[in-house]
Unconditional design. Structure first.
Length: 350
């Protein structure tokens, strides 16, 4: 060996100093969290020198006045040896920021100690709030305005004095309906990205069957299904929306008389839910960002939104989205985890 082995205390000391999240070691003295040590990340993020906070109450430096009750609850839990977790707002030298807080209590030499770990999520929280506001405002305003446009377009078509004017009215109405459909998909995308749902066993064969039945009634396309009686995979509540969006893409962008094939099968310890159409394929500016993580240069109506919805739903299910073009067919596949891991399935030979 080239040298003596480091002790666990030394190794954890390196972790304490080098970890990117602010960490504070506190001792509870009469229920007050007194700072005993801080790491360099604390000094950088909170903006307080080590010497300024050592031996002082941590709450006096970083807890806003209106959050004193919250911090006192955390301190009482620490005194009882309980872990703490929460999203909190804490003061820094440059203003308040949002953190994911984790408190880890421990006893030493008869005293009550703990580590307070802060992960800065300010930018993430701000982005989420901005996205929620933008989605809701745009969705509300867009839906209302498009309803007006659609009603006006229908009147133009009905009262048109020439075929040319009637055709213009129909064109306006068609695009207004497409935008309305995109707005609904955008609302679903918001729920997928903002809500937190654990995947659970879902009969994707039954789900696909219901989507095919609805497509037969609403789309001017031939929809062919190749489905087992039942096949389960890990799914989230929006899986049906994603599959319906892919079928709609096929109906809108398929051949002159669109044909869509929907199938569900097992393969490579995954469940593949596939939608194929006989159209010319997905344009590269739309396809590359979704399937190849290229920069977004263009989104085209429902195609772009529907594909993103399908991708994010697949990822929420713990799977991924695949694309294949060949033999005159465009195939998009949702690869999902099976309801039961392969190791847990019954042995058919047994």
């Amino acid at each position: 060996m080239s040298g003596p082995e480091t002790t666990a205390e030394e190794r954890f000391g390196h972790l304490f100093d080098l970890i990117g999240d602010p960490v504070v070691e506190i001792e509870l003295v009469d229920q007050v969290p007194v700072v005993r040590a801080v790491n360099p990340a604390f000094e950088e993020v909170f903006g307080y020198d080590r010497e300024a906070v050592l031996g002082e109450s941590l709450n006096d430096f970083i807890v806003p006045g209106d959050a004193s009750g919250e911090s006192e609850r955390f301190d009482r839990r620490t005194a009882r040896g309980k872990h703490n977790t929460g999203i909190v707002t804490r003061e820094t030298a440059t203003g308040p920021r949002d953190f994911l807080y984790r408190g880890v209590p421990y006893d030493r030499d008869g005293g009550q100690y703990g580590f307070a770990i802060y992960t800065d999520i300010t930018d993430q929280r701000r982005y989420e709030r901005h996205m929620q506001v933008i989605h809701r405002l745009l969705r509300h305003d867009l839906r209302n305005d498009l309803q007006v446009v659609l009603a006006a377009a229908d009147q133009v078509t009905e009262r048109a004095g020439t075929p040319v004017v009637a055709e213009l009215g129909e064109t306006i109405a068609t695009h207004a309906r497409q935008l309305l459909s995109s707005g609904e998909e955008t609302r679903t995308v918001e729920r997928v990205l903002m809500d937190d749902h654990e995947p659970e066993p879902t009969d994707v064969a039954a789900l696909a069957r219901s989507v095919v039945a609805a497509a037969d009634a609403t789309h001017d396309a031939t929809v062919v299904a190749s489905l087992p009686d039942s096949l389960s995979a890990q799914g989230v509540p929006w899986l049906r929306d994603a599959l319906a969006a892919l079928v709609e893409n096929g109906a809108v962008h398929g051949g002159e008389e669109p044909t869509i094939e929907v199938s569900v099968r097992e393969g490579w310890n995954r469940v593949a839910v596939e939608v194929a159409d006989d159209g010319p394929g997905i344009p590269r500016p739309v396809r590359a960002p979704v399937f190849e993580d290229r920069d977004i240069t263009q989104l085209r109506h429902n195609t772009g939104v529907g594909l993103w919805l399908a991708r994010w739903v697949a990822e929420a299910c713990g799977g991924h989205l695949g694309y294949e073009r060949g033999d005159g067919w465009t195939r998009v596949r949702l690869w999902l985890r099976p309801a039961e891991p392969e190791a847990d399935r019954p042995n058919e030979d047994g």
